[in-house]
Design a protein around this ligand. Structure first.
Ligand SMILES: NC(=O)c1ccc[n+]([C@@H]2O[C@H](COP(=O)([O-])OP(=O)(O)OC[C@H]3O[C@@H](n4cnc5c(N)ncnc54)[C@H](OP(=O)(O)O)[C@@H]3O)[C@@H](O)[C@H]2O)c1
Length: 272
């Protein structure tokens, strides 16, 4: 297989940082994009194979510039990994429209803009691999994180439709659906403005549920577990369309896909 040139968003922490390190170890050249620098992984440490890019996925121009720079420096780009994202906690009623828009800007439009910037080149090359990091929350509706669940479901659906559209051009797509993973995601999670208002009708239930989610995340998988699953797809002969790391989460995914809604929602309400 030819040398993989990878554009990875959300490389400064968690799953993205672990993925960058593993890709470099496997011989890839990685352009890692985030708003901050990774504290644990630098260009020097990677022997020049990791090139950090300061970029906000909400800024289309910055994304386009990054892709142009990769093409200018490497002559090609083979893989894009749209991983950058964050969470929003709070009840559906309590969230403000700006907060909701921001959640969709970063987690949906950020992914979309990243992918769109690579598609013309991928078509021209008749080769390209697109990997997006969604979540099992795409198929399991998470209360008090309804907007996060919705946006991850939107990414999952986008990727599946895109798989069909780009197959004739030799482009492959894969969606990764992680379950609870111990990363900075928990501390980076935004809480909607009214979520911590004790007079909210949802306050007590929301607080209990979100505390449970945060505990599960911090007791969750290591970021390396998800990174390994991503890297496996980058170097596989053919990418899988959907990857759910770890057996218990595969089961949860299947339940999300196949259980009758009434039973599924009853089970979720018992957990949170
Ligand atoms: N942790 C979990 O339990 C879990 C479960 C399922 C799915 N996921 C998904 O996995 C992906 C990675 O999350 P993680 O768990 O690794 O969390 P993390 O440790 O908080 O890492 C998130 C990364 O995204 C970057 N990012 C956030 N907003 C950005 C923006 N506007 N522009 C550019 N980069 C941005 C952050 O960098 P900067 O802040 O430096 O920009 C950081 O590098 C996310 O899509 C998340 O939804 C996580």
């Amino acid at each position: 297989m030819k040398k993989q040139i990878v554009f990875l968003t959300g490389s400064s922490a968690g799953i993205g940082s672990a993925t960058a390190q593993m890709l470099v170890d496997a011989g890839a050249v990685v352009y890692g994009a985030s708003r901050r620098q990774s504290p644990s992984f630098s260009n020097e440490q990677s022997g020049g194979q990791f090139i950090p890019l300061q970029l906000d996925v909400n800024n289309e121009n910055e994304i386009k510039k990054a892709v142009n720079r990769i093409i200018a420096e490497q002559g090609s780009l083979n893989v894009v990994i749209a991983n950058a994202g964050n969470g929003l906690a709070g009840s559906v009623e309590d969230a403000g429209s700006e907060e909701i828009k921001y959640q969709f800007e970063t987690n949906y439009f950020g992914v979309l803009k990243t992918i769109q910037a690579c598609l013309p080149l991928f078509r021209q090359q008749a080769y390209g691999r697109i990997i997006a990091v969604s979540s099992v929350a795409a198929v399991i509706p998470i209360p008090y994180q309804a907007y996060y669940s919705s946006v991850k479901a939107a990414v999952f659906m986008l990727m599946q439709a895109l798989t069909i559209e780009v197959k004739p051009f030799g482009i492959e797509c894969c969606t990764i659906l992680p379950g609870d993973t111990k990363t900075n995601f928990t501390s980076a999670r935004k809480h909607s403005e009214n979520a911590n208002n004790q007079s909210s009708a949802y306050y007590k239930r929301m607080k209990k549920a979100v505390e449970k989610m945060e505990k599960d995340e911090q007791n969750g998988m290591r970021a390396e577990k998800i990174a390994k699953a991503i890297v496996k797809q980058v170097f596989s002969k053919r990418m899988k369309i959907v990857v759910v790391p770890r057996t218990d989460y595969k089961l949860i995914y299947l339940m999300g896909m196949w259980l009758p809604a009434k039973l599924k929602l009853w089970l979720v309400s018992k957990i949170y």
